[in-house]
Design a protein. Structure first.
Ligand code: ACO
Length: 447
């Protein structure tokens, strides 16, 4: 089989026109098939194989979808080779530096930066929906105090669909859908802070709508019922940055999950709950928790960083350096660059001396100068530093992935909404069957 792409003939991309007049030629035996070539606004190229099976009887096989585009999307662009990340065309560096999480949420979900009036209204609407139904609190109370925060979060978000059954209608009007979205954004911060309070055995704090989104979240998380708390602006700024950096990352494991679950006409809350479950795994969002657990393990083992780097390089040892490597960033993770600086700033501003953080710094140094990591292009990813910052801010390790989910929420919503607006078909990959051929049933007494 030979696949030819007539690249030199690619015509210039015209706005909103993805199909090129050029085609790729696929030679299968004596037959030649012409497959449409698509090109995106940042010049990424794709071969459209939608009709391939119909025409040739062949499917394509790509486990882990390492080279498979599942959708056309106008939300996030990333270039893993060059280390570029943009939301709706805006570079992540500018957004992290100048924007707020709520503004970025609006941008991702509605496509453009809000005007002052639009962001005020957005905040006003969200503030009106920060309270969680008291009945929901009853079953929240039923979780054992040691249950993992991600299990609680996924269940609670899914259960919103029971409290707001109007969300079950897959044909909600845009206004109805907006309300479903606003409720989710409003309640998520409250739910996350309650999960934190529960882990401490402390009473939950109700939202105060005088605060902005992030301050309100920190107030519910670190505040107490009895006294007025001062939320440090350093903390608010760090939290805004962390949430912005996590807000979207195109078609990763959890986002693809959200889109594929939603493609069956499943409601927004259940789709996002599925995304939360996908994020939980240590190879995805759970890595930020695993980073600190790994650092603690190294510390408890005597702090010999070189020994653990050797283990990570040993093919016969399953140990990997958590927080290193990325599926798409093969030179550097632009989010890691921003967050590393924020991490250094916070540690010095808070004057934190923590042996685990010292090990993190040493590990970063050793791995970045080690030939194995350099050759394989394994660099610290966003989770390496976010775990360190969350620890410095006082969050328990098990909360880290929940905070990631809070940040990723607007991205998931935007991707789900886009999938619905584009009327994408139900997600249903194919397979190559490698099991037994037909065999006759053998009754139990003859086996
Ligand atoms: N430590 C040691 N070796 C590693 C690491 C690591 N963290 N990551 C990759 N490698 C090695 C692999 O063993 C493999 O070696 P080989 O070519 O000799 O077989 C090579 O580098 C390529 O690794 P893959 O697993 O094939 O790369 P892939 O792109 O599939 O995986 C992943 C990326 C899952 C992120 C991986 O680097 C990893 O497990 N990292 C640790 C977990 C982590 O930090 N995850 C967070 C990702 S970011 C996020 O989800 C927000």
């Amino acid at each position: 089989m030979v696949l030819y792409i007539c690249e030199e003939d690619l015509i210039k991309f015209a706005k909103n026109q993805f199909h090129m007049s050029e085609t790729a030629e696929l030679k299968l035996g004596k037959s030649i098939y012409h497959l449409p070539i698509l090109k995106g606004t940042e010049n990424e190229k794709a071969i459209d194989i939608e009709k391939l099976r119909e025409q040739t009887g062949f499917i394509t096989l790509d486990s882990g979808f390492k080279n498979t585009g599942a959708t056309k999307s106008a939300i996030t662009f990333l270039d893993g080779e060059k280390g570029i990340l943009k939301y709706r065309g805006y570079p992540i560096e500018q957004l992290a530096d100048q924007s707020t999480f709520l503004e970025v949420a609006y941008l991702l979900i509605y496509g453009n930066l809000p005007t002052k009036a639009q962001i005020d209204e957005f905040h006003h609407q969200i503030s009106r929906h920060t309270l969680v139904h008291e009945d929901m609190k009853k079953f929240f109370d039923g979780f054992p105090s040691k249950s993992h925060p991600m299990g609680q979060l996924s269940s609670l978000v899914c259960s919103l669909s029971s409290f707001y059954p109007e969300s079950l209608n897959p044909h909600q009007t845009p206004e109805e859908l907006d309300l479903t979205i606003i409720k989710l954004l409003g309640k998520m911060a409250t739910i996350v802070s309650w999960i934190y309070k529960k882990s401490l055995g402390h009473p939950v704090i109700y939202p105060q709508n005088k605060y902005d989104y992030v301050t309100n979240f920190l107030y519910m998380t670190f505040g107490q019922r009895t006294e007025e708390v001062h939320i440090d602006p350093v903390l608010v700024s760090a939290m805004n940055k962390l949430l912005i950096l996590h807000a979207d990352h195109e078609q990763n494991c959890s986002t693809s999950t959200v889109r594929i679950v939603g493609s069956s006409d499943c409601n927004l809350y259940a789709s996002i709950s599925a995304g939360i479950s996908a994020l939980w795994g240590p190879l995805h969002g759970g890595a930020n928790q695993s980073v600190i657990e790994m650092l603690e393990k190294i510390r408890n083992d005597g702090g010999d960083v070189d020994k653990w780097v050797l283990k990570a390089k040993d093919k016969n040892d399953p140990f990997r350096l958590m927080g290193f490597g990325h599926r798409v960033y093969k030179n550097f993770d632009p989010r890691a660059k921003i967050i590393k600086k924020a991490c250094d700033d916070i540690l010095s501003k808070l004057g934190i001396k923590d042996p685990v953080l010292e090990i993190a710094k040493k590990l970063e140094e050793v791995a970045l100068s080690d030939a194995y990591f350099i050759e394989k292009k394994l660099y610290p990813n966003v989770d390496f530093y976010s775990g360190i910052i969350y620890r410095a801010l006082g969050f328990p390790t098990e909360m880290f992935t929940v905070l990631f989910a809070l940040g990723r929420l607007p991205g998931w919503i935007a991707q789900w909404k886009e999938m619905r607006e584009q009327e994408e078909p139900i997600g249903r990959p194919r397979q190559i069957y490698i099991g037994e051929n037909t065999r006759d049933y053998i009754p139990m007494h003859k086996r």
